[in-house]
Design a protein around this ligand. Sequence first.
Ligand SMILES: Cc1cc2nc3c(=O)[nH]c(=O)nc-3n(C[C@H](O)[C@H](O)[C@H](O)COP(=O)(O)O)c2cc1C
Length: 166
Amino acid sequence: MEAVFSLKSVREFSPQAVPEPLVRDILKEVMRMPVTGPQRPWQFVVINDRSLLARIPDFLSSAHLVREAPLAVVVCYDSRLGEDKEVWFRDCTTAAETILVVARARNLGGICLSIHPLLERVAGMQRLLGLPDSIIPVSLVPLGYPREQEHPAGRFDGRRVHYNHW
Ligand SMILES: Cc1cc2nc3c(=O)[nH]c(=O)nc-3n(C[C@H](O)[C@H](O)[C@H](O)COP(=O)(O)O)c2cc1C
C-alpha cells in the first residue's frame, strides 16, 4: 500500500543503473494484474540504449527527461491480440500506470507519457523502434532511481464522491 500512497511522478533520475532482472520482475507483476478480457493485448519494449533514448524528444517534446533516465518502457497494443479499441486502450494505459506503482514499491520512479492517439508520437516511436504496423505504441514510461523523493500532494475532493444518488 505504501507504493500507492507515496506515488508521485518522477521527472529527474539518478545515474544509477536499473538491473535487468528488476525490470523483468516489474513487468511480471504488471502482466498479472486484472484487465478487461483474457487477450491482454499488450507488448512491452524496454529501451535502455542511450542513443535511442536521446532521440525520443525529437517527436515527444515532454519526454526530454528520458535523456537522463536509465531506461523507458513503451507499452504497445498488439492489434493481432484484441480488436476492441476502447478495451485495448484502457488495458494498455492501465498497464502503464501499474508499472509506476510496482516500480515505486521497488524504490524506482517514473512518469507516464502519452503516445497514442497523438499521431506524431505514434509515428515517431514506430520509426525509432522499427515497430510493425500491427503494433501501436500507447504509453512511454521512463524509469529509474529518483534523484530526490518528492511527496505527493493530497488531492482528495469530497465533493466528487457520491453515495447512492447524485
Ligand atoms: C495516462 C497518462 C498519460 C500522461 N501523459 C502525459 C504526457 O503526455 N505528457 C506529460 O507531460 N505528462 C503526462 N502524464 C503525466 C501527468 O501529467 C502527471 O501524472 C500529473 O501531472 C501528476 O503529476 P504528479 O505525479 O507529479 O503529481 C500522463 C499521466 C498519465 C497517467
